[in-house]
Design a protein around this ligand. Structure first.
Ligand SMILES: [Zn+2]
Length: 459
């Protein structure tokens, strides 16, 4: 069988550090089984019957290998709410979920709206070492929606911010949104919008429909999301800039994004694992673990989101991992915080919602959970200005010789009941607790070093 190999000079230069790993018989993106050799942070060789003197050997029989997963939407809560999550606990959770890079949302305390705060978060990620942490910068100062934050200073900082978002809040002022889209064009930035028309969702608790009527809770209409997405697509087209739509949750939103893409506009979108699997019927339990922003929607919306992800209208899966301390979540529905954890279950939920249903194959999962989010976040190093990005050529690459050794090994035949007590996240607010899900992350490698081995943190 064929064996691809780097030139000896490349291998020599990359052998300066780290352990050599020989992974036997894995299936890259679900394809034919092969061996992989990892040396000095890179995949140096692929093929059958490989040997490597002194290497650590890992039997990958029956395991699928995917490029390390990339999350565009993670709440790490540090600084400010370390009781809910820290960069360390959140990135441990990410590694256990198969992620090698996460984008940390800006709604921390203080808000990540200056070069100083984004650099602090970036450095905490480097110190933790479980996955790359790419800070998202706030669009408006203090997330207050009145004036632009220091977008250029954050882009020029060591954290090299490329995605900006007021997530948790919508940039509802159309003129401010236009100015933000115009501003980031200078350095190839992206505005990621939390699409929620505030007046239409004042006091809203769950999806407006049969279930909100039945439970007597204030409804959250689909149009509150769709109106903002339609407006922002038009604004992005008008100024020729890049819009990313966070956590798309309705069938109508998928239609609008499909239309915007058909025009050739620079619009990308994400969907969360929970919106791919769960519906608003769960709210009948009044259990606030199902309270989330945007809300869980109807079975028809779930079908449209799955179809949109399958046909590429929705570019990627993003977790919107939103850890909350027990006192903020285990309370009455109306006062409970919005949000769910998701890093440790994301791949398994996508397996259940998209692979077991035949809508995506594993190559499709690699595209929607690694390659495309890496491209949107510019983890491939494109679109930057000035010095080479610290994230350059690191994430979302196919598992080929020369690629960085960022990968996850996943057992698709495993099945187990989700037990939040086993999670590394500081918080326990997973809606999948007690649910049987397929699959298990067996190992995660970040630049050739295991962060997870045998399903457990490697250190
Ligand atoms: Zn949001």
């Amino acid at each position: 069988m064929t064996s691809s190999q780097l030139t000896s000079s490349q291998v020599t230069s990359s052998q300066l550090s780290g352990q050599t790993w020989l992974i036997k018989g894995v299936q890259p993106a679900g394809g034919p089984a092969t061996d992989l050799i990892l040396v000095g942070g890179r995949i140096t060789e692929t093929g059958q019957g490989l040997t490597a003197t002194g290497a650590q050997v890992l039997d990958g029989t029956g395991l699928i290998a995917l490029p390390g997963l990339v999350d565009l939407h993670t709440h790490l809560r540090e600084p400010g709410r370390e009781d809910a999550e820290t960069v360390l606990t959140g990135t441990r959770a990410a590694a256990l979920g198969g992620f090698t890079a996460v984008h940390a949302m800006a709604n921390t305390e203080p808000v990540a709206d200056t070069a100083g705060v984004v650099e602090q978060i970036w450095r905490l990620g480097r110190q933790a070492g479980f996955c790359d942490v790419r800070p998202v910068g706030a669009v408006t100062a203090g997330l207050e929606g009145s004036r632009l934050a220091e977008l250029g200073a954050m882009a020029d900082s060591a954290a090299q911010v490329r995605i900006f978002s007021d997530d948790g809040h919508c940039v509802s002022d159309a003129l401010l949104m236009r100015r933000a889209l115009e501003y980031v064009k200078a350095f190839g930035g992206v505005i990621a919008q939390h699409a929620q028309e505030p007046r239409l969702t004042d006091g809203a608790q769950l999806n407006e429909g049969e279930m909100s009527g039945l439970l007597g809770l204030a409804g959250w209409p689909a149009v509150a999301e769709e109106a903002i997405i339609a407006r922002d697509c038009l604004l992005a087209a008008h100024v020729g800039s890049a819009l990313h739509v966070c956590h798309v949750s309705t069938a109508g939103s998928v239609e609008i994004i499909r239309w915007a893409k058909s025009k050739g506009w620079r619009v990308t979108a994400e969907v969360t694992p929970h919106h791919l699997l769960l519906t608003d019927e769960l709210a009948a339990s009044y259990n606030p673990v199902y309270k989330v922003n945007p809300p869980l929607r109807t079975p028809a919306d779930v079908d449209a989101l799955r179809a949109g992800l399958a046909d590429g209208t929705i570019d990627c899966v993003a977790t919107d991992h939103a850890p909350h301390a027990a006192e903020d979540k285990e309370t009455e529905w109306q006062v409970a915080a919005f949000g769910m954890t998701g890093l440790e279950t994301a791949l398994r939920v996508v397996h259940a919602a998209m692979v077991e249903t035949g809508l995506l194959d594993w190559a499709g999962v690699a595209d929607r959970m690694s390659a495309r989010p890496a491209a949107i976040g510019q983890l491939d190093g494109s679109g930057g200005r000035g010095a080479a990005s610290p994230f350059a050529l690191v994430h979302g690459r196919p598992l080929e010789p020369g690629s960085p050794a960022n990968l996850v090994l996943y057992d698709p035949a495993a099945r187990s009941v989700v037990d939040p007590a086993q999670h590394a996240s500081q918080s326990r607010n997973t809606p999948f607790a007690g649910m049987e899900l397929p699959g298990q992350v067996i190992a995660t490698f970040l630049r050739g070093e295991p962060t997870v081995l045998d399903g457990k943190l490697a250190r």
